[in-house]
Design a protein. Structure first.
Length: 414
């Protein structure tokens, strides 16, 4: 079995991948010599933690449990964490099969499910400790990823060779400190990936991610010059992995799989939940809103109120079964509208207005801009163009590359 590297680049849509090919030369060179899927279907919702979990399980949220960046815990919507994942992830299954697994900064994996583990540089973003007076136990899921000290010795060896020993605390300074922590955090993970994959005894599976394209597009806009820069930055980091493999003579004998958790696209405006549903407990997943309800009757009443605003209730079959009476899901079909918890101060009381984000994702199921790309090259993968694949096919493809038995509904693409 050839070693496998999975790199998730956050928020690069299928359309962006095709349209701005010149900004991503390394990725398109990989696509030219391997398997390229033009459109990978989006998860519901097409947001970051469900997307990450889908890539590593090949299941939908009704099974893996991560039906949003935020999940309902019976009293509030809180950030999902790796302990909320209800099914074995690919790293966990690979480890159980006796493989050597490195997880470098990829969210939604537990430290014990890898031989070599480093937390996502952004893990603290998910902690509500700083925002709430009473910390909630679920934060422990993220805290323990950040506390984990790598026992394999591999990260220490990388540091001894001159690479970073860790990542800065992104929340220890001002906005510039956060931005530079993001850029260095992403770079460190891919530098480590390149170096580990090029050692004499590389891990069988390395899983890592780059967040920058998502953050920059949200703020700048999906085709803004800064957003295009962020595509080039992510591509250059992948290029560093390719260069490392090439220098080690391993480029053809390592399978490199690159994909995204969801797409990105222009936002047409926002609906403000505080004015639409005063007193309700809500969460926003971009263009999908979750509302805590007390049974089907209340969900029906809320749906009737929201219909006047072009909002439709989703069937909710993407929710885990036991959540369906407690959480109702809503979206705006046919429009790239985001839900926001509260209107900006100058629009207090308005139900609709501009969005805080120039670009976004997680819109109504089937929205084209939510779809992403997939590229797999090396390790004997033959050149092939595939117009469409299902979300579950990504995990099925990684399983096949690793020699793990098929599981779930996905189809291996190579
Ligand atoms: Zn994302």
């Amino acid at each position: 079995m050839a070693p496998v590297i999975v790199i998730m680049l956050d928020g690069i849509s299928a359309d962006t991948f095709a349209r701005f090919a010149a900004r991503m030369p390394h990725l398109h060179a990989l696509a030219a010599r391997g398997l390229a899927v033009e459109r990978v279907a989006a998860d519901v919702p097409a947001t970051s933690l469900p997307g990450r979990t889908g890539i590593l399980t090949g299941l939908d949220p009704s099974h893996h449990g991560i039906y949003g960046n935020l999940v309902w815990d019976g009293a509030r919507f809180r950030y999902a964490n790796p302990d909320d994942v209800r099914v074995p992830t690919l790293p966990q299954q690979a480890l159980a099969a006796g493989l050597d697994v490195a997880v470098l900064g990829y969210g939604m994996v537990r430290p014990e499910d890898a031989t070599t583990f480093h937390h996502a540089w952004w893990a603290h973003e998910m902690l509500q400790r700083a925002r709430d007076e009473a910390p909630i136990p679920a934060d422990e899921g993220w805290l323990r990823t950040a506390r984990h000290a790598d026992a394999s010795g591999r990260i220490a060896a990388l540091a001894a060779a001159g690479l970073p020993a860790g990542v800065p605390d992104a929340y220890a300074g001002d906005r510039m400190h956060y931005l530079m922590s993001e850029l260095t955090g992403d770079q460190t993970m891919l530098q480590w990936t390149a170096a580990l994959a090029s050692t004499a005894d590389p891990p069988d599976l390395i899983v890592t991610e780059v967040l920058t394209p998502d953050s920059v597009q949200h703020v700048a806009g999906h085709d803004h010059p800064f957003a295009l820069w962020s595509l080039g930055y992510a591509d250059a980091l992948v290029g560093e992995v390719v260069r490392g493999l090439e220098a080690a003579g391993r480029l053809d004998s390592t399978s490199l799989l690159v994909t995204s958790d969801h797409g990105h696209g222009p936002v047409d405006g926002a609906l403000y939940l505080d004015a639409l549903l005063p007193g309700a407990t809500c969460a926003s997943e971009g263009g999908i809103a979750y509302v805590a309800v007390d049974g089907a009757g209340e969900a029906d009443r809320i749906a009737a109120r929201l219909r006047a605003h072009g909002v439709e209730r989703l069937a909710g079959d993407h929710l885990p079964r036991e959540q369906r009476d407690a959480v109702a899901a809503f979206t705006v079909p046919g429009r790239a509208v985001g839900f926001e918890l509260a209107a900006p101060a100058e629009r207090a009381g308005a139900t609709e207005g501009p969005s805080r984000y120039a670009s976004g994702h997680g819109f109504a199921p089937g929205t084209a801009s939510d779809e992403r790309f997939l590229v797999v090259a090396g390790g004997g993968v033959e050149p092939q163009r595939v117009p469409r694949a299902a979300s579950a096919d990504v995990a099925a493809t990684v399983r096949a590359l690793l020699g793990l038995p098929p599981r779930g509904v996905g189809r291996a693409l190579c």
